[in-house]
Design a protein around this ligand. Structure first.
Ligand SMILES: O=C(O)c1ccccc1NCC(=O)[C@H](O)[C@H](O)COP(=O)(O)O
Length: 211
């Protein structure tokens, strides 16, 4: 049976981290981008990841960050998976010699095979809706823009929620799904019940897939 991995992004409070872990999230995203309503300081994120159970991966989301910020984050949270969500070049992403997720804004006409070639060290491409302000806009993009065969695992994101994630899984068959605004009560404030419903919808979608 397919098991779509789940990343809950933009966590800022311990109770929401707990809710995500208990609901079965595989990865927890922390936004290190001060203009975002979901931003956390490195000190906050370090406290939030304390005591995470094994096999739950903390992800640090960066947008055109200074190298010193990334270096400090990797020092404080050594198992941090990097997510580059800005205008970073391949060199910017790869200089750390670490696995990373590369966010790709799905503008019409984009070819993911080209993106994969541009970022050869990416562990996965995180496909997101093109929005102003780089991301977290809660917008769905046209999933038919995704080519049938992409040489990398794809993380589907952009405007997902408990009501549409099953369609996304059925249509795209992504390695993982990523949600932020779709599990919030108001912008930047997560809702434990929405987190639970989102994770349950992913599991139900996986169970309903026949091939
Ligand atoms: O969350 C933000 O505010 C943000 C700011 C700048 C770049 C990216 C940002 N978020 C990206 C994400 O949280 C997710 O990786 C993903 O794109 C899902 O977002 P959403 O459409 O809100 O579910």
């Amino acid at each position: 049976m397919q098991r779509t991995r789940i990343k809950i992004c933009g966590l800022r409070e311990a109770q929401h981290v707990q809710a995500a872990v208990h609901a079965g999230a595989d990865a927890l995203g922390f936004v290190f981008y001060p203009p975002s309503p979901r931003a956390v300081s490195l000190q906050q994120a370090t406290a939030l990841v304390q005591g995470l159970p094994p096999f739950v991966t903390p992800v640090g989301l960066f947008v055109n960050a200074q190298p010193e910020e990334i270096e400090a984050a990797l020092r404080a949270i050594p198992n941090l998976l990097l997510q580059f969500h800005g205008d970073e070049s391949a060199d910017d992403c790869e200089r750390w010699g670490r696995p990373y997720l590369r966010a790709i804004a799905m503008h019409p006409g984009i070819r993911l095979v080209d993106s994969a070639q541009r970022f050869p060290g990416a562990q996965a491409l995180l496909v997101d809706a093109p929005v102003s302000g780089y991301g977290g806009g809660g917008k769905v993009f046209d999933w038919s823009l995704l080519e049938a065969s992409v040489p990398y695992p794809v993380v589907l994101s952009g405007g997902l929620n408990a009501d549409n994630v099953a369609d996304g899984i059925r249509q795209v068959r992504p390695w993982a799904v990523d949600v932020s605004s779709g599990v919030e009560i108001t912008r930047g404030v997560k809702c434990p019940d929405k987190i639970r419903r989102f994770c349950a919808a992913v599991r139900a979608a996986d169970a309903a897939l026949t091939c």
